[in-house]
Ligand binder design. Structure first.
Ligand code: FAD
Length: 204
């Protein structure tokens, strides 16, 4: 998989390309809705521009092209809705990393936490409402600071020269790569956004 922040796509944002089978590649663009609208460009044109910069002979399949607005975790809604015997996880709960646009891992962790709490309550013969509330408390305890940190770094990385220097350090330094990855995934004892940023600048 290749991820690019290059001229010709929308900034802030990144484009990706990866092989998804014989003669077929998945190509896409992640950006902010506000930036996409402000730049008044159309998705086929942006993707064609990206592919032309990669070289090679690509045909864009317009029929399979689609876009999806993803709700960011900078504003999590209520996750537990005991009065409706319900709880939200994944995209339905806005669990999208505000820096990377990724959401698979949070949806999976949320499902695991909720499932454990519900199973535990059923085993003990307890109400499910409090179990859903415990799930929300646990999820927020794990990820609220992580999402705030990623929002903070997103603010810094809007300035493209800074973003490029950080990405350069990320590519060159294995320890920095590991810390930055942990920062973006929310696992381990991640460092704060300013510390990660300054380290990236020092290493660049
Ligand atoms: C183009 C694109 C690229 C992405 N790339 C990445 C990436 O590289 N890494 C990453 O971590 N995240 C990525 N994401 C985000 C990731 O796809 C989502 O965060 C993740 O799939 C959320 O999982 P989910 O189960 O909450 O929702 P979904 O995966 O959307 O699953 C919801 C399911 O519910 C079904 N459904 C909807 N309504 C009903 C109904 N009424 N009845 C029954 N079923 C229904 C839908 O068909 C769907 O299958 C990407 C998103 C997009 C759009």
């Amino acid at each position: 998989m290749q991820i690019d922040m290059i001229n010709g796509i929308i900034w802030p944002g990144y484009a990706w390309i990866f092989d998804s089978g014989s003669q077929v590649v998945n190509v896409g663009l992640g950006t902010e809705l506000v930036a996409y609208k402000a730049q008044k460009r159309r998705l086929p044109e942006v993707l064609a521009s990206y592919l032309s910069q990669l070289g090679g002979d690509f045909d864009l399949d317009q029929a399979s092209m689609h876009s999806a607005p993803l709700p960011l975790a900078s504003k999590l809604p209520r996750l537990a809705l005991p009065e409706q015997s319900a709880a939200l996880i994944g995209d339905a709960a806005s669990m999208i990393n505000p820096l990377t646009g990724e959401g698979i891992s949070y949806g999976m962790v949320a499902g695991l936490l909720l499932g454990r709490e519900l199973a535990d309550a059923v085993r003990r013969g307890q109400d499910l409402g409090p179990a859903a509330l415990r799930y929300e408390k646990d999820f927020r305890a794990r990820f609220s600071a992580h999402f705030r940190n990623n929002v903070a770094l997103r603010g810094i990385l809007r300035f493209r020269p800074l973003a490029e220097r950080m990405v350069g350090s990320y590519r060159r330094d294995a320890a920095y790569y590991r810390d930055a990855l942990e920062f973006m995934l929310g696992c381990g004892n991640t460092i704060s956004a300013p510390r990660l940023f300054w380290r990236g600048l020092v290493l660049s």
